[in-house]
Design a protein around this ligand. Structure first.
Ligand code: TYM
Length: 354
């Protein structure tokens, strides 16, 4: 347990269409966390440059993520919704973290290995340093809790390593100020400037899998559009994709244990549970013993009921971008003010004259 003030932070990249994995693994959790928490939700446009330097229609991609946040139920007045590049303090802290993080740590990042592919020499330095910017995103607000899908777990462990090393490297200087807090990490007492971030990954769908192959993650880069449900899909597309989703010939088990070794069944039950805010056990108590010919139409109805209003509201928000733009400007201004409080202290701790 740390005693830092609880601050929830998360980010989504403006790269291509959002899909059900992004919604269930991240955005739906962002919405639920609003109650009683201080939340900051960011469109991480600087991260998107690591995928493609010339990004097609970047402004509208940024707007559409903000629209998805708001259409899903995030309140940008009570909380903060903004785009990363409008708050330069993220990049400033990322540089300091580049000097704290070790190359060996970066070399272990599985997402870098996957994204860089075989020709690693040709990958950008930005892609390599990506997790360091991600740590800065969170820690520039001294964020404590980060709702994400399972694929971001390793990056968040790295954020903890960076925070810990900064706290230890600068311990003497942190002590000279009144910016630090005494926390316990494991059983060790540490006088910390940055908190140890807690990933919030749990839930029935921390890793939504492809509808075509239950062993592969649902992803925007899958060449088959049938593999994913996009947030902008209409009722017909949702229905077709679920009807065509790969399954095995057996009926549904009545207990969660019976999903072992059945990745497609497990995935569809997890999706149902997450969309209905129920547990997998609860869903199986209802559908155990039923065939997919019964379960799939129920899943189509549920998915359409949950997603259609979001899609409609996203379309409405995107039809007049002035509202989204004003929301992002307002969010960025508030984010900048908070990030600057941290950066003033960080500059002082590392010894910069400012
Ligand atoms: P990104 O933009 O790839 O994905 C956004 C969120 O969606 C989750 N997600 C999934 N969850 C479950 N099943 C899936 N198939 C699935 N696919 C994607 C991701 O885990 C993520 O939560 N590095 C981050 C963005 C980022 C960030 C941050 C996140 C940048 N700075 C700071 C948290 C805190 C990313 O690429 O997410």
């Amino acid at each position: 347990m740390n005693e830092f003030k609880k601050v929830v932070f998360s980010g989504v990249q403006p790269t291509g269409n959002l899909h059900l994995g992004n919604y269930l693994g991240a955005i739906r959790k962002f919405v639920a966390l609003q109650e009683g928490n201080d939340c900051i939700y960011c469109v991480v446009d600087m991260h998107a440059l690591t995928a493609q330097l010339v990004h097609e229609d970047m402004p509208n991609q940024i707007r559409s993520i903000a629209a998805a946040f708001i259409a899903s139920g995030i309140d940008p007045e009570k909380h903060i919704v903004f785009n990363q590049s409008a708050v330069p303090q993220h990049a400033e802290l990322a540089w300091i973290f580049n000097c704290v993080a070790r190359i060996g740590w970066m070399n272990r990042m599985t997402q870098f290995k996957d994204k860089a592919g075989k020709d690693r020499e040709q990958a950008s330095l930005g892609l390599y340093a990506y997790p360091s910017l991600m740590a800065a995103d969170i820690l520039v607000y001294r964020g404590t809790h980060v709702p994400v899908g399972d694929d971001q777990k390793q990056h968040l462990e790295l954020a903890r390593d960076i925070a810990m090393k900064f706290n230890l490297d600068y311990a003497e200087h942190i002590r000279k100020t009144d910016y630090g807090i005494d926390i316990t990490v494991g059983n060790e007492p540490v006088h910390a400037y940055f908190p140890m971030v807690e990933p919030l990954i749990d839930g029935p769908a921390p890793r939504v899998m492809s509808l075509r192959d239950g062993t592969k993650k649902m992803s925007k880069s899958d060449p088959s559009d049938l593999s994913r449900i996009n947030l902008m899909d209409d009722e017909e597309a949702i229905s077709k994709k679920i009807r065509k989703a790969k399954t095995d010939p057996d009926g549904l088990p009545s207990e969660v244990d019976g999903l072992k070794g059945r990745p497609e069944a497990d995935n569809l039950v997890g999706i149902y549970a997450a969309l209905a805010d129920r547990s997998k056990a609860d869903v199986l108590a209802e559908f155990g013993g039923q065939q997919f010919s019964v379960f799939k139409p129920a899943l189509v109805d549920l998915a359409v009921n949950v997603l259609s209003p979001i899609t409609a509201e996203m379309r409405r928000l995107m039809s007049d971008t002035s509202h989204i733009d004003a929301t992002l400007r307002n969010g960025s201004e508030r984010a900048r003010a908070r990030a600057e409080v941290t950066m003033k202290q960080v500059r002082d701790i590392v010894g910069f004259l400012y």
